[in-house]
Design a protein. Structure first.
Length: 414
């Protein structure tokens, strides 16, 4: 990345000119999840956030966790991406599963050991590149912890975004909960972004000062996820990692209750994960093998295709920080059914979807039947879904909120 003028070295008059329109600051994004290559869906919303911040006029560099098969250094549409290896590639297991770090932590006993070299390499890489940045933006509390550990060396302000699993799941351990509180409450952490109200409430309950928390949702590319002008296919779609937390088993049970009333309809799961075998086994037991399809991991373009082709989108999560896939569905004009957990209620208003109680397949079944048996209502929801995505969650709007936060931290008006 080319050298640039640091914000701190600009005169007052020059700073005013410099920040007219879009601030030309240099941002270092630090994350444990990021696309492994073009079109990859893993951590795609972090990539989209980086691109949106770049479009606001910033220079952006990303430090991400290396995953087997990914490059250690590359440029992705004008953004420098650095993924340093923390172990020989075949031993890099922390993000090998599509469900990411929490899944690896729970299911692989070696993950805790692999975390040690990762933190060391992550810290060294951050220290090297932070000196060239005006502000650092860590995603998830693990990256936030490493930025916090190295801040005494690079002396740069930083923001931490919490996305859900790092609060709802990881902090079930008392030690990790205390560590999370300590890092997020630290005077070194300039600001915390919570992607939903529920996450913000959870942080406050943990003891994090409310004044340090700003609610800014994730966004969606409304020029990439777009409605179809053609008639929809008879598809009930679910997209996400195949883990128990995402509730695929609940959706299968719901579909089993009503499939005889849904002539020609298919239930399609897009995603991969350790829970797939259990889901497929249950589908077989229920005699639904010709009606339920598991596609495995698909490219982002393929996901966008199915989002705009499906009649409805359903994801009965047991826990969810926000739910970016719901944003993608809304932008595609696809009404949604979700569970009343985490940040999902921030997205699904009655005009664009239905919230069901968690762990309730019968409620899911009733909601699916209601939408599919009311085509006029469904069509009206399509228009409102698209409108809500554009007006509230488009990345252009969301990134402006992030830039304003950066500017407040740096003491510059925009």
């Amino acid at each position: 990345m080319k050298p640039y003028i640091s914000v701190k070295k600009i005169s007052l008059l020059g700073m005013v000119k410099f920040f007219q329109g879009c601030p030309r600051m240099k941002v270092l994004i630090v994350t444990t999840a990021f696309p492994r290559w073009y079109g990859d869906g893993r951590g795609a919303f972090i990539y989209e956030a980086a691109q949106a911040i770049k479009r606001q006029g910033c220079e952006v560099r990303v430090i991400a966790m290396h995953v087997p098969g990914a490059k250690t250094h590359e440029w992705m549409d004008g953004i420098e991406v650095i993924r340093p290896r923390y172990l020989p590639e075949r031993w890099e297991i922390l993000a090998k599963d599509s469900a990411g770090l929490p899944q690896a932590w729970r299911t692989n006993p070696w993950a805790k050991l692999a975390l040690i070299p990762f933190v060391v390499v992550h810290a060294l890489t951050i220290t090297r590149y932070a000196r060239e940045a005006d502000i650092l933006h860590a995603n998830w509390t693990l990256s936030g912890m490493v930025v916090w550990l190295t801040q005494w060396l690079h002396r740069k302000p930083y923001v931490v975004t919490v996305h859900g699993s790092d609060v709802f799941q990881a902090t079930s351990s008392g030690l990790i909960r205390k560590l999370t509180w300590f890092i997020l409450s630290s005077h070194r952490t300039a600001q915390i972004i919570a992607v939903s109200r529920k996450l913000a409430e959870s942080l406050i309950q943990m003891g994090v000062p409310s004044e340090k928390i700003k609610i800014i949702p994730d966004g969606v590319r409304t020029d990439e996820f777009i409605p179809s002008e053609e008639p929809r296919k008879k598809v009930i779609l679910s997209v996400g990692a195949l883990t128990k937390i995402k509730g695929g088993d609940l959706l299968i049970e719901a579909f089993a209750q009503i499939h005889t009333y849904l002539e020609g309809y298919k239930l399609i799961f897009i995603g991969e994960g350790a829970f797939r075998e259990c889901l497929e086994s249950r589908v077989k037991e229920l005699g639904l093998r010709d009606k339920v399809i598991f596609t495995g991991q698909l490219s982002r373009q393929e996901v966008a295709y199915w989002m705009r082709e499906a009649e409805i989108f359903v994801l009965p999560s047991r826990s969810e920080g926000l739910g970016v896939v719901f944003l993608e569905a809304l932008a595609s004009g696809t009404p949604c059914i979700g569970t009343d957990v985490g940040g999902i209620p921030d997205i699904l208003t009655p005009e664009v979807g239905i919230l069901c109680p968690p762990e309730d397949p019968t409620s899911l079944a009733e909601a699916i039947l209601f939408l599919l048996n009311n085509p006029v209502h469904l069509q009206e929801m399509r228009k409102k879904a698209r409108k809500r995505a554009v007006e509230v969650f488009d990345w252009a709007r969301v990134s402006q909120q992030i830039i304003r936060l950066y500017s407040q931290i740096l003491g510059v008006k925009v």
